[in-house]
Design a protein around this ligand. Structure first.
Ligand code: 7TS
Length: 404
């Protein structure tokens, strides 16, 4: 089991005050906090071996290159990719999705079909709409039910030999639903479609095995797994990455350049034009080491306890409605107080030192489905406690009293 007070001591930010109250950080689905070991990795990089990579004969450049490539191998091992060159460093999930969507422009034709789900973050909707505009492909949507679960019977009917791509998040950021991606992948492959899974919200809770899933693309952001912002990854099966054209042109992604013709570098460099976020990539590796040392099974068990506790306590508040009651869900609770705007509740909670997110969570179609402007979202990580949930529950009661 987790020693949560020991874990909390790893995170300097958790001991700060906000508005003269101890910080209660429940906005983990937006970004996770950073442990000392990751902060130290960043300081060590800039203090001791800051240099550009893959291009210098000098010692600093070689050290930075070695550590960056070791980080790639850590990510490969974490996701169980077959080859390290199947891991592409990007600036985050959004960049990874755009890279794939852009690549498919060259592979799709008018009338081809793309399937997304009703539970997507805008970053897994807009790039595909742009792709459809460029190619004439048609976007279809797997609908959801009142619990916030995808309706698989409709998915089965949407699939046909016209389906070329399926894009679904592993876990919904707005509701916490864990989607049946094994089923989704298997069914898509049966009609010859490729599958991209958006793992931005799953990676903080689950250790995905891309080979066992047999998924074609899997994407994630470091800042949701205790790493820094501005760095993330794209896993792609080697054959797919070889098939996709490069996303950006520039230095590092070429084999040879002349004004007549340019040939591209091998994977992974073909997709990594320009100077990358070197320090970020190395810190991403350190963050995964940190989380793996705690253990994802331990993390999931503990977070499920927090979820059950918070669901029970919040449900006792009259007029509070929870959105997203899927059978399989992670430690995210979206809720509203009857007749009160979520923003007003969030503002009062902030005065009490409690950080939650309010609004549509970049998932407007979900809010439209429930006919609401947004929700208050509390999202828990392995360093949160039941005592903090008690503080939230008291804060929500206070907000209700003040705003009713
Ligand atoms: N996909 C999902 C499912 C997400 O939750 C997010 C970010 C993204 C993609 C985009 O990730 P980025 O790192 O490229 O920005 N989600 C949230 C959120 O729920 N609140 O703030 C960001």
């Amino acid at each position: 089991m987790l020693d949560v007070s020991k874990i909390r001591a790893d995170f300097p930010i958790l001991s700060r005050q906000v508005n003269n109250k101890p910080l209660v950080y429940f906005d983990n689905a937006a970004t996770s906090q950073t442990p000392e070991v990751v902060i130290d990795t960043i300081v060590d990089y800039y203090s001791n071996y800051n240099a550009n990579i893959h291009r210098g004969v000098h010692t600093l450049s070689q050290e930075a290159t070695d550590k960056y490539e070791i980080a790639r191998q850590k990510i490969q091992a974490h996701f169980n990719a077959k080859f390290s060159h199947e891991i592409i460093f990007t600036s985050g999930t959004t960049h990874s999705i755009n890279l794939v969507a852009n690549g498919f422009s060259a592979l799709l034709k008018a009338g081809d079909e793309i399937i997304v789900s009703a539970l997507e973050h805008h970053s897994n909707i807009v790039p595909w709409q742009m792709l459809c505009e460029r190619t004439g492909a048609i976007l279809k949507v797997i609908p959801m039910n009142q619990e916030g679960e995808l309706i698989m019977e409709t998915y089965d009917k949407l699939l046909s030999n016209k389906t070329k791509l399926v894009f679904v998040n592993h876990i919904s950021n707005a509701l916490g639903t864990i989607n049946p991606i094994e089923y989704i992948i298997e069914k898509a492959h049966a009609v010859g479609a490729a599958v991209l899974i958006d793992g931005a919200q799953s990676c903080p809770h689950i250790k995905p095995d891309v080979q066992a899933l047999d998924v074609d693309f899997y994407v994630a952001s470091a800042h949701k797994v205790c790493g820094p912002t501005g760095v993330g990854m794209l896993y792609g099966k080697e054959a797919w990455l070889n098939k996709l054209p490069p996303y950006q042109g520039g230095g590092e992604m070429i084999a040879e350049v002349s004004f007549e013709k340019t040939t591209y570098a091998d994977l992974p460099h073909k997709f990594e034009a320009g100077t990358p976020n070197i320090c970020g990539g190395i810190a991403f590796g350190a963050a995964l080491d940190y989380m793996n040392a705690i253990g994802f099974d331990n993390i999931a068990t503990y977070e499920n306890e927090l979820l059950a506790y918070a669901t029970e306590k919040l449900s006792t508040i009259e007029g509070l409605k929870i959105y997203g009651t899927a059978k399989h869900k992670t430690s995210v609770i979206s809720f509203n107080l009857e007749g009160i705007h979520p923003y007003d509740v969030g503002t009062i909670l902030d005065k009490l030192g409690i950080a939650v997110r309010t609004g549509h969570h970049c998932a407007q179609p979900i809010m439209d489905f429930f006919c609401i402007p947004g929700t208050i979202r509390a999202s828990f990580a392995f360093y949160n406690t039941k005592e903090e949930i008690d503080i939230l529950v008291a804060g929500v009661k206070k907000a209700k009293m003040m705003l009713s």
